[in-house]
Design a protein around this ligand. Structure first.
Ligand code: HEM
Ligand SMILES: *[C@@H]1O[C@H](CO)[C@@H](O)[C@H](O)[C@H]1NC(C)=O
Ligand SMILES: *[C@@H]1O[C@H](CO)[C@@H](O)[C@H](O)[C@H]1NC(C)=O
Ligand SMILES: *[C@@H]1O[C@H](CO)[C@@H](O)[C@H](O)[C@H]1NC(C)=O
Ligand SMILES: CC(=O)N[C@H]1CO[C@H](CO)[C@@H](O)[C@@H]1O
Length: 352
């Protein structure tokens, strides 16, 4: 069948998921591409396997692809839904908006798309490639710890527009209360938010500019953020001297052993005051989230719950109909759908 690594985990996740949102997921389905990709010799090819193989090859040479793809899926899904609008090039497209800072992996998605187009053109959307590749990268990162594979639905169409004006991603200083509201507006609840933020930020890095305010003059207090672990504070002050415009970065997960695996060590670290971003630290302190954080840090089964939250993130405002297309290349809408779009959001820029 289409999902070779179906474990009890995967099966249970699909069942849980179908119960939750089966009725509102449009034409998405698990194994949507099963039987749909035939190569030029007429042989059936397994789309999910093609993506997984690409990710495995990449992960061996660059394990930071996990962080790159997780952040890419988050940014794609939170702006105009999971429709690969983040991939579109153009002077005013989403990827040009400031919060994109360091979103990476665009060329890797191009590589996967090219391989799939060479196998069965016009079948697989870029939006689905982001979600499948992110899942596979998470599973690779988790391999040394256990089974981290979760099933994802496919059948998304690619969006026709992308505009920097639509980018309204949370800032690193967002309050937990506000963040809960922002996630709720995409149908993700507080528990989902805790899993996504904690799992996402268990890998990857943040640059000095995004937490320097905590190190010297926090909210105009004249002193550092008192919630930061003192050892971490002095390390970060050395890394990011005040007003020096340092381009250095720190691991979001301060557990040095597990900083490249998606795991629950982030929660253990924020309970020690070792959160890098203000929002990360607040997750362990806010009355609406701290009990769950403490529970996750102590319990088993993090990766199962993270998978469930990623499945939910992957269906935010998906397009499955005439509001989307299967792009020929991920960086531009198809010429035929080009100037016909009715949106007002300055997408003439998609063609350059
Ligand atoms: C309130 C929500 C969130 C805020 C405010 C936030 C903010 C940030 C910031 C400021 C950075 C550092 C960027 C840089 O220095 O270049 C970052 C990195 C990252 N974020 Fe988030 N984030 C949030 C939620 C998420 C979610 C839900 C995920 C994924 C599920 C995620 C995945 C990542 C990853 C993997 C990185 C590291 C990227 C890399 O190393 O290239 N974030 N985030
Ligand atoms: C959030 O949603 C998940 C499933 O998507 C559900 O299991 C959980 O109970 C919900 N949590 C809250 C606090 O509503
Ligand atoms: C971190 O990794 C080590 C070995 O790779 C593992 O034994 C440990 O359980 C991991 N910790 C967490 C919190 O996942
Ligand atoms: C600060 O972090 C270190 C490990 O990084 C930990 O051993 C220590 O207990 C933490 N301090 C507090 C007050 O939590
Ligand atoms: C890839 C890309 O377009 N990155 C942009 C992200 O935002 C910064 C700041 O606005 C731009 O300078 C980058 O070019």
């Amino acid at each position: 069948m289409e999902m070779p690594r179906v474990a009890a985990l995967a099966l249970a996740l699909s069942l849980v998921f179908l119960n939750l949102t089966g009725q509102c997921s449009g034409e998405l389905g698990f194994g949507f591409y099963s039987g749909k990709c035939r190569d030029k010799n007429g042989f059936q090819q397994n789309v999910e396997n093609i993506v997984a193989k690409k990710v495995q090859e990449r992960f061996i040479v660059d394990s930071t692809i996990v962080a790159a793809l997780l952040r890419m899926q988050f940014h794609d899904c939170f702006v105009n839904g999971c429709d690969a609008s983040i991939l579109l090039d153009g002077p005013n497209s989403e990827k040009t908006a400031p919060p994109n800072l360091s979103v990476r992996g665009y060329e890797f998605i191009d590589e996967i798309k090219e391989e799939i187009e060479n196998t069965c053109p016009g079948i697989v959307s870029c939006a689905d490639i982001i979600v499948m590749a992110t899942r596979d990268a998470v599973a690779e990162s988790y391999k040394k710890l256990g089974e981290g594979w979760y099933p994802v639905q496919t059948g998304r169409k690619d969006g026709l527009t992308s505009s920097a004006q639509n980018v309204n991603l949370p800032s690193p200083s967002i309050t937990i209360d506000r963040s809960i509201q922002v996630f709720a507006s995409t149908k993700l609840n507080a528990t989902d938010m805790i899993y996504l933020l904690g799992g996402g930020h268990s890998v990857g890095i943040a640059h000095c500019a995004l937490f320097e305010n905590r190190l010297y003059n926090f909210h105009n207090s004249g002193s550092p953020d008192q919630t930061m672990n003192k050892t971490l504070l002095s390390t970060l002050q050395n890394l990011c001297p005040q007003n020096a415009g340092s381009s250095k970065s720190a691991n979001l997960d301060q557990n040095p052993l597990n900083s490249s695996s998606v795991d629950k060590s982030f929660y253990e670290q924020i309970l020690l005051g070792n959160g890098i971003l203000e929002v990360d630290q607040q997750l362990a302190l806010n009355s609406k989230t701290k009990v769950t954080v403490g529970t996750i840090a102590k319990s088993e089964g993090f990766i199962f719950q993270f998978g469930r939250a990623m499945i939910k993130l992957g269906i935010v405002d998906v397009k499955t109909d005439n509001d989307g297309e299967i792009r020929k290349t991920c960086r531009a809408v198809n010429p035929s759908s080009g100037n016909s779009g009715g949106s007002s959001s300055g997408f003439g820029n998609l063609f350059n």
